[in-house]
Ligand binder design. Structure first.
Ligand SMILES: [Zn+2]
Length: 302
């Protein structure tokens, strides 16, 4: 079967972006399929949000996360996509539960520019090699779900790293410039709060961290276990300068209250590595959103 239920119950809820409602048929028995499908739909309801949803939930239990609480998971994905009728400009009208995509005033991504405002809180990142990792092609992105991979502390709050995933081109821009690829490390606190760490890729030296992930990609949509050791620290740029701001999920339902950190120094990937991703997804990014009353702040990650 394509989606192993035991892992999928917790792991797929962590997926950044899920298969759309017309997602691949699974070969699972009916009961497993419907549960797995519930999870898939639920993570469709929330890019990074669903991550928190089941972080504290028992497998099979209804996720306890306000963004998706009460949602009818069967209808939650509303066929959102990155182009056409389901595209970003229409997300807010695809369903009442996606309205924040239109009405929100603290949306992500944003254009990142230099500022002299210092961040009051900067993340203290202490990732560790994951005890296990699974790579999935969800139909909206490639996501790597990790276990026991450390996390970060921001202010008084502890967040655990639950997954990372990719967007091409980048979602955030720097001084208006879009990069070919962006990775989002999604962290969830025990209370279901989210903190995401983003990094831009530019073309350059091959990324050893990326090659391990790409080598484990499933053939089509589905998931595979990562067969190499995964240490998320291998992604970190040497320069720890960051931007901080308060934003949202970058996929429906565009829920706000997400603590964003984006590294200022791009990391590199070989052109071929970037193409390995864009061969699957070459436009899975949401355009930048207005900053409105928010402040961008700068600092150094710990
Ligand atoms: Zn993302």
């Amino acid at each position: 079967m394509r989606f192993a239920l035991t892992a999928a119950v917790s792991l797929f809820a962590l997926a950044a972006c899920s298969p759309e409602s017309d997602a691949p048929e699974t070969e699972a028995p009916e009961t497993e399929r419907s549960q797995a499908q519930d999870q898939l739909e639920s993570d469709a309801a929330s890019e990074e949000g669903a991550a928190a949803a089941t972080e504290t939930a028992e497998p099979g239990a209804e996720p306890d996360f306000s963004d998706i609480e009460g949602n009818d998971f069967e209808e939650a994905s509303h066929g959102w996509s990155y182009e056409g009728e389901g595209g970003p400009e229409n997300w807010g009208s695809l369903g009442a539960d996606y309205a924040t995509c239109d009405t929100g005033s603290e949306q992500s991504p944003v254009d990142l520019v230099s500022t002299d405002m210092a961040a009051q809180n900067t993340p203290d990142i202490n990732w560790t090699p994951a005890s296990s990792a699974t790579v999935a092609d969800t139909g909206h992105t490639i996501v790597v779900m990790v276990e026991d991979a450390g996390g970060l502390t921001l202010g008084e709050t502890r967040y655990e790293l639950v997954q990372f995933h990719f967007h091409a081109g980048s979602e955030h821009t720097i001084d208006g410039e879009q990069y070919p690829l962006e990775v989002h490390f999604v962290h969830a606190s025990e209370a279901g709060e989210l903190a995401v760490v983003g990094m831009m890729f530019e073309e350059g030296a091959a990324s050893s961290a990326l090659s391990g992930v790409w080598a484990s990609l499933p053939e089509g949509e589905g998931e595979t276990d990562l067969d190499v050791a995964l240490d998320p620290n291998a992604f970190l740029p040497e320069d720890d300068a960051i931007w901080r701001y308060e934003g949202s999920l970058t996929t429906p339902p565009c829920s706000e209250g997400v603590a964003w950190t984006v590294f200022q120094t791009p990391i590199t990937a070989a052109g071929e590595q970037i193409e390995d991703f864009t061969a699957r997804y070459d436009d899975n990014y949401r355009p930048v959103q207005p900053l409105n009353a928010r402040s961008l702040r700068e600092g150094d990650a710990g």
